[in-house]
Design a protein around this ligand. Structure first.
Ligand code: ZN
Length: 245
């Protein structure tokens, strides 16, 4: 079976549409696994929720999803993120609130644990260092864990042989066959990449081939930025899309 792994859509309809189109073209994808933050930052929260709901998918909650429905306060958000969260809340309808309200914090799919931030702090923790990843390998019991939140495609490897942990960028193909290794994988962000590449980032897991494939998809960034401007969203949130930072 093949599964598409998407994270951090952030109300970016053009990026989500481009990724869904690519998933369709790749073919034979049974289900989408979404790692949270469907909304926040971007200009089309409702449309992104609606489009995602039209596809067979599972999804966990992200901090921006909870902020949009006031399930967490935006006190810990930076001012731009907080402003976008407040704007997002005003756009949502009852069905959107209900959908976001019911998102679980953690999901388990076969050999994968799925969270937004980290296994020990599913909503808040950024996994960007070997130290933080190492502390989290004991917090899930599957071989693999999928995380989003940082918008940076990367993979942490924990090796039973060396008892060590390493951090690598997520390349085009990641083999998942080695039984002696456990991995924490971030597919990168769909709607607001932060690794210096502005193209949307996502992955497909192929269970039969025992591999995960990472893809970068171009989309119409100026169009998204134009809509953000029209809706009065903070300018910095629009310009960063050009740089993938
Ligand atoms: Zn995010």
């Amino acid at each position: 079976m093949r599964y598409a792994i998407i994270a951090d859509i952030h109300s970016n309809l053009e990026a989500l549409t481009a990724v869904l189109e690519d998933i369709k073209n790749q073919g034979n994808v049974a289900e989408i696994w979404c790692l949270g933050d469907i909304v926040g930052y971007g200009p089309n929260p409702r449309e992104c929720l609606e489009l995602l709901r039209q596809h067979k998918h599972i999804c966990v909650a992200g901090n921006h999803d909870w902020a949009a429905i006031s399930k967490i306060s935006t006190a810990d958000f930076n001012p731009l993120a907080a402003a976008a969260a407040q704007w997002t809340a005003q756009q949502l309808e009852a069905e959107d609130f209900a959908y976001l309200e019911n998102l679980p914090l953690t999901l388990r799919q076969g050999e994968f644990t799925i969270v937004h931030g980290s296994p020990r702090e599913p909503i808040w923790e950024y996994l960007l260092s070997v130290d933080s990843a190492q502390a989290n390998f004991s917090k899930f019991d599957t071989r693999f864990c999928l995380v989003g939140h940082s918008h940076i495609p990367l993979v942490f490897t924990s090796s039973a042989q060396t008892e060590g942990c390493s951090l690598n960028e997520l390349r085009e193909k990641l083999p998942l066959r080695t039984k002696k290794q456990r991995l924490i994988i971030n597919p990168g962000g769909v709607g607001q990449p932060r690794d210096g590449d502005p193209r949307a980032s996502y992955a497909i897991y192929d269970s039969k081939a025992g591999a995960l494939h990472h893809y970068r998809i171009p989309y119409n960034i100026p169009f998204t930025q134009q809509k953000m401007k029209e809706r009065g969203l903070p300018e910095r949130l629009a310009t960063r899309l050009s740089y993938g930072r």
